[in-house]
Design a protein around this ligand. Structure first.
Ligand SMILES: Nc1ncnc2c1ncn2[C@@H]1O[C@H](COP(=O)(O)OP(=O)(O)OP(=O)(O)O)[C@@H](O)[C@H]1O
Ligand SMILES: [Mg+2]
Length: 438
C-alpha cells in the first residue's frame, strides 16, 4: 500500500440546481492563493469536508456519490462513462477546482491538469506568462520552468504566438499549449479531460505518444475520454462512472468491453420469422472470446432454423453489409462444406467461424439466405441483423471513423531510407508501427 498516489474515500459532490451558482476556482483564484500562500499548493487535499448550507430552497443532486478508489504510482487510469456520469466533476475535485461535499481525496504529490478550455490558463496573460504561472502553481522553481520552457514551446508549436494573450488563441492552439505545459511540468499526477479531441489528428497522435512516454516514466495519469481506442491503448486500468457512482473498475480491456457491451445492441437475436421452406429460430454473431466484437477478433456466425419441409441439400448464405446496405463480404456455406438432408420439423444450425474479422468500428448488419439447392430454393430472411464492431486501437490510438472505409488492413510500412524517420529509425518503423494491437 506504500505506493498509493491517489486515495479517494466516500467522495460526494452535490450541486444545487436553481440555487446560487457555485463559481469554480479559476486559475486566477488558484494563482492568487498560490501567490499568497505558496505552500498551500504543495499540500495534499486531505479531509476536505465541505458542507453546503446555502441550498435549502433549491433542488439538489449528487454529481458524485460515494466514490472510493485508490491509484498506485505509475498507473494510467481511464475514466469512462456516458455524458453527465460525473467524470469531469471527479477530475475537477481531484485538481482542486471544486471541493467535495462529502469524503476526501488524498493526493501524494502535485497534480497537473488539463481540463475543459477555460479552467486552465489566465486569458489575459500571454502564452509565455501562463507557462511561468503554471510552473509556480505546481510549486516549481523558476529555474526548473526555464529548463522545460523550450521543450514546451516546441511541443505546442506556438512559437509565433508566445507573446499573444491566450484569449486570442484558437481552441486548438490553447489546448496544444495547455497539454504541453501539463506534461512537461512533470507533475506526479497528470489529469486529462477529453480536451485532446480539440486537436487535429496529427497533434492528437503526438499527445497520445507523449502520454505513453510519460506513463513509462512512472508518473500517474487519469484520463477521461470517449475515444475507446485511445483509452485502450494508453491506459492499463479503467473506472466506469454511472450517474455519479463508480460502478466498475479493473483491467482496462475488460472494463471497456463491459462498458461497450452495456451500450451495444444485443448481438444474439431471437426472431420469429419464416420463409417458404424454413422457420428461422436464432441468428447470432459474437466474438469467440469476449463480450464485444473488436477489429481482428475471431468471430462466430450461427443461424438456427427449423425445416418446414424436407430439405435435401441445405445451404446458407450470409452477407455482411454496412448500415447503409453496402455489401462488404459474402459467405456461401457450399464454398466450404456440404450437409446432409434435413427432414420437415427438424432443427439445424449452420454457420461460420471467421479467424480475424477485419471490420473497422461501426454498425453493420447480416443478411441471411437459407437454401435448398436440390430444388433451387434460395430464400431471403425478410429482416437483417445489426451488430457493432466496438472501438479498439487499429492503427494506434487514433479514432477511426467510417471515412477510413470498412476494413482494417494489417500493414507494415516501407521506408527506403537509412535516415531517422521522425523520432524513430526506418528499421524501428518497419518493426514497430505495422503491428496492430489486438
Ligand atoms: N457547476 C455545476 N452546477 C450544477 N450541475 C453541474 C455542474 N457541473 C456539472 N454538473 C452536473 O453534474 C453532472 C455530472 O457532470 P460531469 O460534467 O461531471 O459529467 P461528465 O461525465 O464529465 O459528462 P461528459 O461526458 O458529457 O463530459 C451532470 O448532470 C452535470 O449537469
Ligand atoms: Mg466531462
Amino acid at each position: 500500500m506504500s505506493d498509493i498516489v491517489v486515495k479517494v474515500e466516500g467522495l460526494g459532490k452535490q450541486y444545487h440546481i436553481g440555487g446560487p451558482q457555485e463559481r469554480y476556482k479559476t486559475m486566477r483564484d488558484t494563482l492568487t492563493n498560490a501567490a499568497l500562500y505558496p505552500m498551500r499548493v504543495m499540500q495534499s487535499l486531505s479531509g476536505s469536508r465541505h458542507s453546503n448550507g446555502n441550498g435549502r430552497n433549491s433542488e439538489s443532486f449528487w454529481a458524485l456519490k460515494d466514490v472510493s478508489f485508490e491509484i498506485g504510482r505509475g498507473e494510467v487510469v481511464g475514466v469512462i462513462g456516458r455524458n453527465g456520469a460525473g467524470k469531469s466533476t471527479l477530475l475537477k475535485v481531484l485538481s482542486r477546482i471544486t471541493e467535495p461535499t462529502t469524503g476526501y481525496i488524498d493526493v501524494y504529490g502535485n497534480v497537473g491538469s488539463l481540463l475543459e478550455v477555460g479552467t486552465g490558463f489566465h486569458p489575459e496573460l500571454t502564452g509565455r506568462e501562463n507557462i511561468y504561472l503554471n510552473g509556480a502553481i505546481l510549486g516549481m522553481p523558476r529555474t526548473e520552468v526555464e529548463r522545460n520552457f523550450d521543450e514546451i514551446v516546441e511541443f505546442a508549436e506556438v512559437q509565433r504566438f508566445l507573446d499573444t494573450p491566450v484569449k486570442r488563441y484558437s481552441s486548438g492552439m490553447y489546448m496544444r499549449l495547455a497539454f504541453a505545459v501539463a506534461v512537461h511540468m512533470k507533475p506526479e499526477v497528470l489529469v486529462i479531460d477529453e480536451v485532446l479531441a480539440v486537436g487535429d489528428a496529427e497533434f492528437q497522435k503526438k499527445c497520445f505518444n507523449k502520454m505513453q512516454e510519460v506513463s513509462r516514466g512512472g508518473r500517474t495519469i487519469l484520463f477521461v475520454s470517449h475515444n475507446m481506442a485511445a483509452i485502450r491503448s494508453i491506459c492499463n486500468r479503467g473506472l466506469i462512472m454511472q450517474s455519479g457512482r463508480l460502478i466498475e473498475q479493473g483491467d482496462i480491456n475488460s472494463v471497456v468491453d463491459t462498458y461497450l457491451a452495456q451500450t451495444n445492441q444485443q448481438q444474439v437475436q431471437q426472431i420469429n420469422c419464416e420463409t417458404n421452406s424454413f422457420k428461422v429460430d436464432e441468428v447470432q454473431i459474437y466474438a469467440t472470446y469476449g463480450s464485444v466484437i473488436k477489429t481482428f477478433d475471431s468471430v462466430e456466425i450461427r443461424v438456427k432454423f427449423t425445416a418446414k419441409m424436407d430439405i435435401l441439400d441445405p445451404g446458407l448464405y450470409v452477407g455482411i453489409l454496412t448500415f447503409d446496405y453496402q455489401r462488404v463480404a459474402g459467405l456461401d456455406f457450399k464454398d466450404f462444406s456440404s450437409v446432409s438432408s434435413i427432414k420437415a420439423g427438424e432443427q439445424a444450425e449452420l454457420g461460420f467461424s471467421i479467424a480475424e474479422l477485419p471490420l473497422l468500428p461501426g454498425t453493420y448488419q447480416l443478411e441471411v439466405y437459407l437454401k435448398d439447392m436440390a430444388s433451387l430454393a434460395i430464400e431471403l430472411i425478410p429482416t437483417t441483423f445489426p451488430f457493432d464492431i466496438v472501438e479498439t486501437p487499429v492503427y494506434g490510438s487514433r479514432k477511426l471513423e467510417s471515412w477510413n472505409g470498412y476494413v482494417g488492413l494489417k500493414v507494415y510500412p516501407y521506408v527506403l531510407s537509412n535516415k531517422p524517420v521522425g523520432s524513430v529509425t526506418a528499421q524501428e518503423t518497419l518493426r514497430g508501427k505495422g503491428e496492430t494491437t489486438k
